[in-house]
Design a protein around this ligand. Structure first.
Ligand code: CTP
Length: 401
């Protein structure tokens, strides 16, 4: 089950090799992958969306409108994927990809991708060697996409030459190898993992709150990494735009630090691992007004009271064998502050991110972290996307299991 938990999105365009994609889908699913398919109108002339929907157990993405009239969120499709493979890819769609044209659903998904994108251009030999097509393949490669060379052999035209889509078994093998290049995740099957994420909002009155810029992206990436490792995940997340209900783990939306604390307390004792990635407000208004606060004097003083420290609570109630991970966002004396925080809150590991690093921090897709262990060992990682860092954090955490 080398592909357990991996999300693979296949985009089919209108080429004859489309009829082979159901076989690829079956191979991937057998190896544990979750597969979704999107296709162009032309592709549906070659292979039935119904076949693919049946095999994958999910609707096939063809349109920005779902049959019930709601929006088929192409960004959510893109972000779901750990790998997007366009196969077979026609010369026409290849040209649109390199020109940034998004006049159909699969193209819009592809342009929203955060994961690797692979292309398998397949066409007749003359088309395959046509200069503009060659240029487009080179351009796609220069944009960071992996272009899988077509194979030599018999073509639909009856001619022989380069242009065939690699057989499903071959494409499957490339995908398997790709995911195996990462060191294998620890097997967390049967382990319960609790993660806090996002900001908290502390209400002042019915319309206002005190909040912060946390996006919840790191917490979501962690939830996905733990899910990939087979764990049972509960993500307790403050107000955010990153979860959309399509997650295949428990998501518990909360608003304030108190709400978050209550939800953590319900699950903490049963959790093997608890990761506190939320940016919890340290204070809340001493009083929440029933009516909107009207402006009056030049100055307004709001009294704040301390919020519960959720991580510190978890540290105080730590059970034998339980692993507790905290986060620290520091602006000065980073390492000392983080080490001090680890000890004070009785965590096993602290993930430190510094606001000084460009590309690191709250709303970005990337981050730069240093992991500090209880025994004083530390390791710094280069700037990476948050999903890759979540995998690194899991590997660091393995030492405590
Ligand atoms: N945290 C928490 N509950 C709080 C405050 C923080 O669970 N009320 C957790 C965060 O999720 C994070 C860690 O504690 O894992 C560090 O939070 P931070 O606010 O940086 O630390 P503090 O201890 O509040 O220290 P300071 O405000 O002095 O930086």
């Amino acid at each position: 089950m080398a592909l357990r938990g991996k999300h693979i999105l296949i985009g089919i365009t209108g080429g004859i090799a489309a009829y082979k994609i159901p076989l690829l889908v079956r191979l991937l699913i057998k190896e544990g992958a979750e597969v979704r398919v999107m296709m162009t109108e032309a592709a549906a002339q070659f292979v039935s969306p119904f076949t693919l929907a049946t095999l994958t157990g999910a609707p096939v993405g063809m349109d920005f409108r779902r049959p019930d009239g709601t929006w088929n969120n192409h960004v959510a499709w893109a972000h779901w994927a750990d790998l997007i493979l366009m196969a077979p890819l026609t010369a026409n769609t290849l040209a649109k990809i390199v020109n940034g044209q998004a006049d159909n659903f699969p193209l819009a998904v592809l342009m929203s991708a955060e994961c690797p994108v692979w292309l398998s251009p397949s066409m007749d030999l003359e088309m395959y060697r046509y200069p503009a097509v060659r240029d487009n393949m080179a351009k796609a490669a220069s944009y960071g996409m992996r272009v899988i060379p077509a194979e030599e052999g018999e073509l639909a035209s009856g001619l022989k030459g380069q242009g065939r889509m690699p057989e499903p078994e071959h494409l499957f093998e490339l995908i398997r190898q790709h995911f195996q290049n990462r060191p294998p995740l620890p097997d967390l099957t049967g382990k319960k993992v609790l993660i806090t994420a996002g900001p908290t909002y502390e209400h002042l009155d019915p319309v206002r709150f005190i909040g912060n810029h946390s996006s919840g992206k790191t917490g979501k990436a962690l939830a996905e990494a733990f899910r990939d490792a087979g764990a049972e995940v509960s993500l307790i997340i403050g107000p955010n735009h990153v979860v959309d209900g399509s997650e295949d783990y428990e998501v518990v939306p909360v608003t304030s630090a108190n709400d978050m604390f209550e939800e953590v307390k319900k699950r903490l004792d049963n959790s093997h691992i608890a990761v506190f990635a939320a940016a919890v407000a340290d204070y809340q208004p001493a009083e929440v007004k029933d009516n909107k606060i009207k402006k009056a004097d030049e100055r307004l003083t709001i009294e704040l009271v301390r919020n519960p420290d959720i991580l510190a609570y978890a540290g105080r109630h730590k059970k034998p064998g339980q692993v507790i991970v905290g986060f620290a966002l520091e602006t000065d004396r980073e390492l000392e502050n983080a080490k001090e925080k680890l000890a004070r809150k009785n965590a096993d590991m602290i993930v430190l991110n510094s606001l000084r690093d460009p590309g690191a921090g709250f709303a970005t897709d990337t981050n730069k972290i240093t992991v500090i262990h209880r025994d004083g060992n530390t390791r710094s990682y280069p700037l990476k996307d948050k999903k890759a860092l979540a995998y690194d954090i899991l590997h660091e955490l393995e030492k405590h299991l």
